[in-house]
Design a protein around this ligand. Structure first.
Ligand SMILES: Nc1ncnc2c1ncn2[C@@H]1O[C@H](COP(=O)(O)OP(=O)(O)OP(=O)(O)O)[C@@H](O)[C@H]1O
Ligand SMILES: [Mg+2]
Length: 261
């Protein structure tokens, strides 16, 4: 039984904007998949749908099915989805900017016993020594990479089985992006997590996932292994052209702009 199973999902915003037009995908237990695609493809919409957050964005599921850990989750509120073991880190690094690192972590740990909270916080500081150094600093003063580590720490405090991460590399240098991917891969391996990685940086994602889905305009336009995606010239050039650094000409960038903006 797949941990996440999405069938023919249609999502609409404000009752009129069809953002997902029948998306199907799955992630098995312990599997890492990537969701790739250009701006506006519907990646974050899928993340919101999975995590029960669509109502906050004036969106709703029109049709289709979401099954999380064997349970239908279409219309579950976010808290119930979290109880199924799914934790999502949303796009844009939503930390509490005026709370310190420690306070952010405490806020994420409200459901744990003090003992468990301490164990996991110790683990977080061991994994991310930089966060320990900055534990009394306000979240808003952390660098992008440190904020991403803080978010991962906060996610660990929810003891997830399924981790959904929306564009963790956004705005990070190549070096920091690599660091974030390494950490995600380690977490996944150490904890047997199922990982859904949403990325525009396809190359970074290929390094740590088994399978990829490429979305465009609310549809899945490619599904295959990371190797198959990389071997598919159309996928690489047309859908992921801007996302794979180097080698692609400016002319293609122009073509993408015409298609997607
Ligand atoms: N709250 C909203 N209200 C109305 N339309 C929305 C809302 N959020 C997203 N959309 C629209 O839904 C479509 C999919 O957006 P979404 O944010 O899911 O794309 P994305 O793949 O995450 O893009 P990006 O790479 O830019 O983050 C877009 O056309 C977008 O304009
Ligand atoms: Mg997005």
């Amino acid at each position: 039984m797949a941990e996440i199973n999405v069938e023919n999902l249609k999502v609409v915003y404000r009752g009129v904007i069809l953002a997902l037009q029948g998306v199907s995908l799955r992630a098995g237990a312990g599997e890492a998949i990537a969701l790739l695609g250009p701006n506006g493809a519907g990646k974050s919409t899928l993340v919101r749908a999975l995590s029960g957050l669509l109502p906050q964005y004036d969106g709703r599921v029109l049709d289709g099915k979401i099954v999380v850990n064997g349970q239908e989750a279409n219309h579950l509120p976010a808290l119930k989805v979290a109880e199924l073991g799914l934790t999502a880190i949303l796009e844009g690094r939503p930390i509490f900017r005026y709370l310190t690192v420690l306070e952010n972590l405490r806020a994420a740990a409200h459901k744990l016993t003090p003992q468990r909270q301490k164990e996991i916080t110790d683990e977080i500081f061991t994994r991310f020594p930089r966060l320990y150094e900055r534990r009394f600093e306000q979240g808003g003063y952390l660098s992008g990479g440190e904020q991403q580590m803080l978010l991962l720490g906060m996610a660990l405090l929810t003891e997830p089985r399924i981790l959904v991460v929306d564009e963790p590399s956004l705005g990070l240098s190549p070096k920091l992006t690599e660091e974030v991917m390494r950490v995600l891969n380690e977490l996944r391996r150490d904890k047997g997590l199922t990982l859904v990685l949403v990325e525009q940086n396809a190359r970074a994602a290929f390094a740590i996932v088994e399978r990829v889905y490429v979305m465009e305009q609310g549809r899945v336009v490619f599904e295959g292994t990371a190797q198959e995606a990389q071997a598919d010239a159309d996928v690489m050039e047309f859908y992921l052209g801007g996302a794979v650094a180097g080698g692609f000409a400016e002319a293609k960038r122009y073509r993408r702009r015409k298609r997607w903006v």
